[in-house]
Ligand binder design. Sequence first.
Ligand code: S3P
Length: 436
Amino acid sequence: MNSKTIFPASLGGSVNVPGDKSISQRVAMLASLAEGTSKVTGYLNGEDARSTLSAMEQMGATAEFRDGALFITGVAGQLRPPAEPLNMGNSGTGARLLAGLVAGAGFEATMIGDESLSSRPMGRIRNPLELMGAHIGLTGKRGTLPMVICGGKLQGTGYLLPMASAQVKSCVLLAGLYAEGKTTVVEPRPTRDHTEKLFQALDIPIQINGLEISIEGFGAAGPRFKARDFVIPGDFSSAAFWIVAIAARPGAELLLEHVGLNPRRTALLDVLKRMGADIEVTVAEAKGDPYGTIKVRGAQLTGTVIEGDEIPNLIDEIPILSVAAALADGPTDIRDAAELRVKESDRIAEMVKNLRRFGVEVEEKDDGMVVTGPATLKTPAGAIDSHDDHRIAMSVAILNTFSTGAIQIENVGCVDTSYPEFWQHMERLGGKVESL
Ligand code: S3P
């Protein structure tokens, strides 16, 4: 079932999106390092979260799904070398964050991944990890996987991140857990802070001073902290597909509950409101990552400019935002988003190509695109290929609900990395999907 046919439809109603991918992966790593057993509710049942958990099991943690929750028993800081390569599948977050832990744990391990992950840049984590004393061999053609990590006795360091990347920041902070002395990272722009929030929830000593984050290392013996229970909110990046599907559809309504509302993830809401969307958010009081309810009522949107500090806080939402832009009145200018070119696919090139096939006016830029709407959508001749990028597959599916004919999307298996229930949820909201 690696292709789906999507029909035009009018969507609306209510769904519960699955658990946050970024938080699930970090919880798997930290609960696996803790002393004792953590009960995790809402863990994402997607491939990226599963590959991260399996890697932690290969290094000594135990994990069991029981009574609707995941129970992870940690190794009290003492990871053991994996007998087989760690297969991170499609997950850049899994690969980059785990490389930091393995570097600190002080043994040698090999990391592999699928074709998409094996084409993504890993030099960005090699540099800081080698500065701290590890050796990172990138045996792929262009600084890519397979990666051989030779951990060592790490020294704390100061590292100015060359790009706004929560993955690189988190990699260095996780390595910093095992370093002698203090590790400091400085970000060029604020990125998602789930790692920092989880460190705080686990009483791991971390200092945050604006864009500068420091951690006092535990040394080569490894971090010691106690297990605790975690409740993972719904993934805002998954919710984003329905938010746009409704916000750009005058007359439609949507209710989403228990969705993660970390302000470093929700810039999409600010942008859509600026475009004229009718969105109401209620934040529940929460220690750690905030969550809450989102109500959306559809409207005719207008174009806007998206750039600068907003970009890292909606980086995964840009493909679906370009769909909103195609339906909005006037130009939408997306800038400063060159990082999109090194995601699961080159998301600038893929969305530009796909939007054009629907008859949308788009100009491609090195670091973004200018989309001018509102487009009168035409049905593309032939199938659309996701190029194994889950967010491209889901964005194109949403776009076609606004169209007038059916389209076929090929290679949709990748949707299971972050949102296995996506197609069912589309049907629940009134969409029509056929599997081929
Ligand atoms: C993620 C950070 C982002 C994002 C990715 C998940 C994370 O990547 O695109 O989907 O969990 O830290 P970068 O930080 O490399 O931009």
